[in-house]
Design a protein around this ligand. Structure first.
Ligand code: FES
Ligand code: FES
Length: 163
């Protein structure tokens, strides 16, 4: 089987690997040990495999690994650590926006991408921002609460820094 050499960055680290042409980015990332990228439907329906590709959320099951040459990929692993959670992670816990957690890595990355481009989203805009991420457990209200609370918190922190 023909393989192609691909170089890219994952969470700031250089990766060089050989992939067959048909391998999806989801499969490639999991083969490389990035198990935080969840495999749900493998057909673009659930959003559990969401990663940021050059800052934009994509379903990694719909991207071929050979397409990410020179690209920057962010997985939830780089958002925060157990000792130093990202405000989104803190608020997901605080607002009970996690149950089984399967959707959470993708949900957090879509939320981050939304807040990066819109610091004050309305609930409708949040709903739209996470519309590609399905959650079977929470009913979404708590997830939207958590994202809204994070936006408010980040704004307050920014104001405090200015004074
Ligand atoms: S696994 Fe990619 S969208 Fe469901
Ligand atoms: S918390 Fe279970 S799918 Fe979202």
């Amino acid at each position: 089987m023909e393989v192609f050499s691909v170089q890219f960055r994952v969470n700031g680290e250089e990766v060089e690997a050989e992939f067959p042409a048909h391998l999806t980015l989801l499969q490639a990332l999991r083969e490389l040990g990035y198990f935080e990228v969840k495999n749900g439907c493998e057909k673009g329906d659930c959003g559990s495999c969401t990663v940021l590709l050059d800052g934009l959320p994509v379903n990694s099951c719909l991207v071929l690994a050979v397409q990410v040459q020179d690209k920057e990929i962010i997985t939830v692993r780089s958002l925060g650590s157990a000792d130093n959670l990202h405000p989104l992670q803190e608020n997901f816990i605080k607002h009970g926006a996690i149950q089984c957690g399967f959707c959470t890595p993708g949900m957090l990355l879509s939320a981050k991408a939304l807040l990066d481009k819109n610091a004050s989203p309305t609930r409708e805009e949040i709903n739209e921002g996470i519309s590609g991420n399905l959650c079977r457990c929470t009913g979404y209200v708590k997830i939207v609460d958590a994202i809204k609370a994070t936006a408010d918190q980040l704004k307050t922190n920014q104001k405090k820094r200015r004074h």
